[in-house]
Ligand binder design. Structure first.
Ligand code: FRU
Length: 495
């Protein structure tokens, strides 16, 4: 093991003891110490889920990337393992960027990741030369392949940039050979996803351009994932520098999913529809895993590149993942639901039936907390006199709150953390168009200390947001402008 990796492992083990578990999210994976971004190598290996992540142990801001590592049997209780990769070779000396994991036929786990070498370009600009690399391991320790890098600029199609060539997603095809999608920047076109093939998962060759941006969805694409779901195929991607279109793609660096059909013979993906993956403020670079029971489960980095460096204090940890979400597809829309494993954490059920609010704000007995699963159904009390607005305030005290607000006529749901205690002039609001039935709307809100994830309807839209509000702000209130009827079900989530 290199000294660089040994140092990182010793450092994280020491610093972790200073972080009280109650100061972290309770069931969302957060950085063991230091900084976390993208999920990496999300996989099921030797009876456990493995989650690696972009990791800078030495600071709560981004820096030379390592791979952090954690395992879980239920996707909610995570156990940290020692850092898996450190930037310790010539070809990855400035960072081990994102990638994925597969299990080889001989039982080893293989990590495929992007290695970074900084190059000084014109005007002193730092450019990152990006190559693809492998490491083999047993679920704990990983040995980098002596033949690295396995893909370099020589393996790019014409026009493909060696400075934007990253985040490999390998998989095993039905015939036992391998494919990998890799994000690439193509001059004058924006991002593209390139398909590579291999017979043994080690020797790779360029196959074809798999999907192209042509600047319709931001510029450079990142972090591809690709899988079959309910009779279609889904290509997940994250894109830099997106332009908003209506209420889609509002996050600057944002996410998208392309739904389409995939012809395995010709390896052709035909797109049918495209949407934002998460309509909140904090969600990026999602990856999926196929669970042993066949469920497709997605996790994203619950942060936003435009705001994440504005957390002022140097905390011992920064960055968390979203709740793992079960995916399904209906009419070209990706439905997301918190994994069903979460049900086992539910305690202290409080049910409220047919409560009427008349242009008022109410707190309800037993409904409070910062680790909460809250199901809400709001409907008009009188169909002849439709209400205008309905809102829920969470993480609330006399001074602070975060608001989830539904405007019936506009059919918009807004999440707003303006008054959550943030002292930064960063984006605090996001709006999404939602389906409702003449003012009847179903929401499920998952709170885990420093975040809220709002699932709309049966999960057809999700809005995720992180908050810094002091944990003593644990009240929840319900507000109506007009008359509404409420049905609520609330649980504490106790990991
Ligand atoms: C996405 C990303 C990836 C890259 C990694 C670097 O958030 O920019 O493309 O591999 O983060 O940390």
């Amino acid at each position: 093991m290199s000294q660089t990796l040994r140092d990182a492992r010793r450092y994280e083990e020491g610093l972790e003891t200073y972080i009280r578990p109650e100061d972290r999210p309770g069931f969302h994976l957060s950085a063991r110490v230091g900084w976390m971004n993208d999920p990496n190598g999300f996989s099921y290996y030797m009876g456990q889920y493995h989650m690696f992540y972009q990791y800078h142990p030495y600071d709560s801001h981004w820096g030379p990337m390592h791979w952090g590592h954690a395992v879980s049997s239920d996707l909610l209780h995570w156990e940290y393992l020692p850092a898996a990769l450190a930037p310790d070779r010539l070809y990855d000396r400035d960072g081990c960027f994102s990638g994925n994991a597969i299990t080889l036929p001989d039982g080893r786990q293989m990590l495929m990741y992007t290695g970074i070498i900084n190059e000084i370009g014109e005007g002193g600009k730092v450019l990152q030369v990006q190559t693809q690399n492998l490491a083999f391991g047993d679920g704990l320790d990983y040995e980098k392949y002596e033949g690295n890098p396995v893909l370099t600029e020589d393996d790019l199609p014409e026009g493909g940039s060696r400075y934007g060539f990253r985040d490999p997603k390998p998989w095993r095809a039905a015939d036992g050979t391998y494919r990998a999608l890799i994000a690439n920047d193509r001059e004058g076109h924006g991002g593209q996803m390139l398909l590579y093939r291999s017979d043994d998962a080690i020797h790779w060759a360029f196959d074809k351009v798999f999907a192209e941006n042509h600047y319709r969805l931001g510029r450079m694409w990142e972090c591809p994932d690709f899988f079959e779901l309910d009779g279609r195929h889904v290509l997940l991607g994250s894109s830099q520098d997106m332009l908003p279109k209506g209420l889609e793609y509002q996050n600057g660096n944002g996410t998208f999913y392309l739904v389409g059909t995939y012809d395995e013979e010709t390896e052709t993906f035909t797109e049918e529809s495209v949407h934002t993956v998460d309509y909140g403020i904090d969600f990026y670079a999602p990856q999926t895993v196929e669970a042993p029971d066949g469920r497709r489960i997605m996790v994203g980095w619950m942060q936003n590149w435009d705001t994440c460096n504005l957390h002022t204090e140097s905390t011992p940890w920064f960055g968390q993942m979203s709740i793992p979400r079960e995916l399904s597809l209906k009419d070209g829309i990706l439905y997301q639901r918190p994994v069903r494993e979460l049900d086992a954490l539910r305690q202290n059920e409080v049910v409220v039936e047919d409560l009427v609010l008349r242009s008022e704000e109410r707190e309800l007995p037993g409904i409070s907390g910062r680790m909460v699963d809250l199901e809400v159904e709001v409907s008009p009390e009188d169909p002849e006199a439709l209400y205008r607005r309905f809102a829920i305030h969470i993480a609330k005290d006399d001074e602070f709150y975060t608001e989830v607000r539904f405007r019936r006529k506009e059919s918009t749901l807004k999440i707003d953390r303006m008054y959550s205690g943030s002292r930064r002039a960063i984006i605090h609001q996001r709006k999404a168009l939602v389906n409702h039935d003449d003012g009847t709307l179903k929401l499920r809100i998952i709170l885990d200390r420093f975040s809220a994830e709002v699932f709309v309807g049966d999960g057809e839209k999700v809005m995720s947001v992180t908050i810094e509000t002091d944990l003593s702000a644990d009240r929840i209130s319900f507000l109506a402008d007009g008359n509404v009827k409420l049905n609520l079900r609330k649980y504490d989530l106790i990991p």
